[in-house]
Design a protein around this ligand. Structure first.
Ligand SMILES: [Zn+2]
Length: 326
């Protein structure tokens, strides 16, 4: 099996108004146009994030680096929807250089995308825990034989030259999932989804060196709505039992803990991922985060059926949002 190993460092072991306008802007963001939006000649930032989709129906985000390369975080959309969302964001799948997968649940990786990955020579970065399962997927052997499967362990790796991704082990189902701290040119993004609890390492790593500029973290369910739902008991237990997902309260506590350890008002933008359509509601999330208005002003709710605006991930102006594309 032609698996490329990438390893560098070891796992850590240590423990207003404008804001309101921003929030309303996102909440009211219309469905993205059916034709690719034009590219604007705006400045180049270190990184920009666009969440193409988030939720149990599929998760995929694009991180644009220096206005050039694209690194995707998860690939949980089928090829047709994926192409469409990427085009709505002003790009094409041919712009994608690499994909970092958090885990292999079908809402985070669609095997039907493997031919696209092969066709465009896109590298797939995957934690070693998930390789065995990955290799059972149709087309995985071809991807591996083409040298496009890059396995990382407990150490930082480079999904693109000059871009470092530091993995963080997160509890989720049997094999866990991977959170990431992604850095380029001094800008940093924290990305954590599908975690049943918040390990101290997540707080530590995402608040290191002044903290991440933008934090993307799941806020999956409201406990009252979850318990009142018609879901079977085993599913409620899976979600709420510590190896499933974060509730709104857990997400808020994690964001607050990270923010308190960060400097200069970081993270300047908090993107809330993987909201349950059945057991959560935007008003519940806003109510939870309203406990700390300074944080409430920074949140962006990622959606299942439409992409977010592009969000700057940049040390100097992180969190700015743009409806125009670069
Ligand atoms: Zn998921």
């Amino acid at each position: 099996m032609a698996v490329r190993r990438v390893s560098k460092t070891a796992w850590p072991t240590g423990p207003g108004l404008f804001a309101e306008v921003h929030r309303e802007l996102v909440a009211s963001l219309p469905a993205a146009p059916t034709t690719p939006a034009r590219r604007s000649p705006r400045r180049t930032t270190a990184m920009r994030l666009c969440v193409l989709a988030s939720g149990s129906g599929g998760n995929a985000s694009v991180l644009r680096v220096r206005g050039q390369a694209c690194v995707m975080l998860d690939l949980g959309l089928g090829p047709r929807v994926l192409r469409h969302r990427i085009e709505q964001a002003g790009l094409s799948f041919g712009d994608v250089s690499a994909v970092c997968l958090t885990h292999l649940d079908q809402d985070h990786f669609k095997p039907g995308c493997i031919p696209m990955l092969l066709g465009h020579g896109v590298r797939v970065h995957l934690h070693r825990w998930h390789v065995q399962d990955f290799m059972t997927l149709p087309g995985a052997a071809d991807l591996s034989a083409a040298g496009l499967l890059c396995v990382f362990d407990d150490e930082s790796f480079e999904p693109y030259p000059g871009v470092t991704a530091r993995p963080i082990h997160l509890p989720h189902d049997l094999k866990g999932t991977v959170g990431l701290r992604v850095e380029a040119d001094g800008a940093s993004l924290g990305y954590a989804t599908d975690l049943g609890t918040v390990p101290p390492q997540l707080i530590d790593i995402l608040s290191e060196a002044g903290g991440v500029d933008v934090l993307a973290i799941e806020s999956n369910y409201d406990p009252d709505l979850e318990l009142a739902s018609g879901r079977p008991a085993f599913l409620k237990q899976r979600i709420m039992g510590g190896r499933g997902h974060l509730s709104n309260d857990q997400a808020f506590a994690a964001v607050r803990a990270i923010a308190r350890c960060c400097a200069d008002g970081r993270p300047r933008r908090v993107v809330l991922l993987h909201r349950s359509a059945q057991c959560n509601h935007p008003t519940r999330i806003h109510r939870t985060f309203a406990q700390e208005p300074a944080l409430a002003a920074r949140i962006v709710l990622a959606e299942q059926r439409r992409r977010t605006a592009w969000i700057d991930v940049d040390a100097s102006h992180a969190g700015q949002m743009s409806l125009w594309l670069d």
